[in-house]
Design a protein around this ligand. Structure first.
Ligand SMILES: O=C(O)C1=C[C@@H](OP(=O)(O)O)[C@@H](O)[C@H](O)C1
Ligand SMILES: C=C(OP(=O)(O)O)C(=O)O
Length: 426
């Protein structure tokens, strides 16, 4: 599919859909719990569908017939691997978390995971090694530290250390360790985006799981614990909101984003601070954020906590006065695509002056022009580029637009509802 995006002025309000990161954690915890959980307001998207299919295959009963209330009967920590390979589609978070869950099976019982072409380029080697240290049987079937992988029981606990270039490794270990028979000690030698680990710890806290956290450098998790069923709504997604925040800061008379909760620990709420530092006009009132276009100036932003915001912030940088430096986010190269390289390339096609850094992007204020763009089958690149087109005299066409469904199937509809001149073409 192609997304054609044209000059737009935005006005109105949007209700931001549920968080992908929370929905996947919600499914995983409920699937491992003893009993029946109710997940209200889940995200309906490719990545959350991947989590549902994955945990069904691992034995949980998940009824999604009511799209606003999923009912999950958990396996009580007793994973029984399916004979068939589990396909996690495009979801890195699902793959990493489910690998830990699969390690809870009995010794000799193994689960094979694969995913789409992008998933098969993303690393999981350090997680395989850590799970192995803790008693699981792990192998990367192509020997390259990537999916397809096979993970078998049984996680017993013990000690491991991990270099977490993606926080998802630590999230995975923290979610399975409580269900191991023995205690687990995890030394974390490097940790990108610790805020996503905090989201996981918030889940453990709500579950009453006992653990010790020494400044995110060392965790001790008591073994022999259980997850219990719960009844909870999923909070709105600040990563999806990012696109409306950025579009609003550039092109809105006034748009209001509803449903977001600043008490939630999602790291991408930090995008509000980034935009304010650039001069954006953003006000926050209860759960509503109101954004009006203002003239923005380039600043340096440490993006380590928020890798998913890089594509949209790069577009903002191209419109801001002066130079925007988005730094310290090397992990953005390990996502669905190498988002640093892809954004540099696509913005250059639009006439932007962009420099790639090993860990980020330098974007200079540029006179942009319309172009035919590649979305690289990466949801966040497609959405970011569509915003880039909103200030131009001629339309931009973005290929691989079907990718938005991975996290935000309603993106185009919601953008249109606040006045974006966008069309999806089959
Ligand atoms: O834990 C999570 O839910 C996520 C963590 C982040 O991944 P990394 O930790 O690999 O950056 C983020 O990019 C991803 O969209 C979701
Ligand atoms: C990187 C992302 O997701 P995941 O790692 O779950 O594939 C994302 O949603 O931008």
């Amino acid at each position: 599919m192609q997304l054609v995006s044209r000059r737009s002025r935005l006005r109105g309000s949007v209700l931001i859909p549920a968080s992908k990161s929370h929905t996947i954690r919600a499914v995983a915890v409920a699937a491992l719990a003893d009993g029946r959980s109710l997940i209200h307001n889940p995200l309906l998207s490719g990545d959350s569908e991947a989590a549902v299919r994955c945990y069904r295959a691992l034995g949980a009963e998940i009824d999604t017939s009511d799209s606003s209330l999923w009912k999950v009967s958990g396996v009580g920590g007793r994973i029984v691997p399916p004979a068939e390979t589990i396909d996690v589609l495009n979801s890195g978070t699902t793959l990493r978390i489910a690998m830990g869950s699969a390690a809870l099976a009995e010794r000799g019982q193994r689960t094979t995971f694969t995913g789409d072409a992008q998933i098969q380029t993303r690393p999981v080697g350090p997680l395989l090694e850590a799970l192995q240290d803790l008693g699981a049987e792990c192998v990367s079937l192509k020997g390259n530290g990537k999916a397809p992988v096979r993970v078998g029981g049984q996680l017993k606990g013990g000690h491991t250390s991990i270099e977490a270039k993606t926080s998802q490794y630590v999230t995975s270990l923290l979610m399975c360790a409580p269900l191991a028979a023995g205690d687990t000690e995890i030394d974390v030698t490097l940790l990108n985006e610790p805020g996503y680990v905090q989201m996981t710890l918030d889940w453990l806290d709500k579950q009453g799981i006992a653990y010790e956290n020494d400044r995110m450098r060392r965790f001790r998790v008591q073994g022999g614990q259980r997850y219990k069923p719960y009844d909870m709504p999923v909070p709105a997604d600040f990563s999806s909101a990012t696109f409306f925040l950025c579009a609003g800061a550039l092109f809105a008379d006034e748009i209001t984003l509803d449903g977001l909760d600043f008490a939630d620990s999602q790291p991408d709420k930090g995008v509000v601070d980034y935009l304010r530092a650039m001069g954006a006009d953003i006000s926050i009132d209860a759960n509503a954020i109101t954004v009006r276009a203002a003239s923005l100036k380039g600043v340096e932003i440490d993006m380590n906590a928020t890798p998913d915001a890089l594509p949209a912030m790069a577009v903002v940088g191209a419109y801001a006065e002066g130079t925007t430096r988005l730094v310290n986010v090397p992990q953005a190269r390990m996502k669905e695509t190498d988002r640093i390289a892809c954004m540099a390339r696509e913005l250059a096609k639009m006439g932007a002056r962009v420099e790639e850094l090993p860990d980020g992007l330098v974007v200079h204020h540029s006179k942009l022009k319309a172009a035919h763009l590649d979305g690289w089958s990466d949801h966040r690149i497609v959405m970011a580029l569509s915003i880039g087109a909103m200030g131009l005299d001629a339309p931009c066409t973005i290929d691989t637009a079907e990718a938005v469904a991975v996290t935000f199937p309603d993106f185009v509809d919601l953008m249109q509802s606040v006045g974006a001149d966008m069309t999806l073409l089959d």
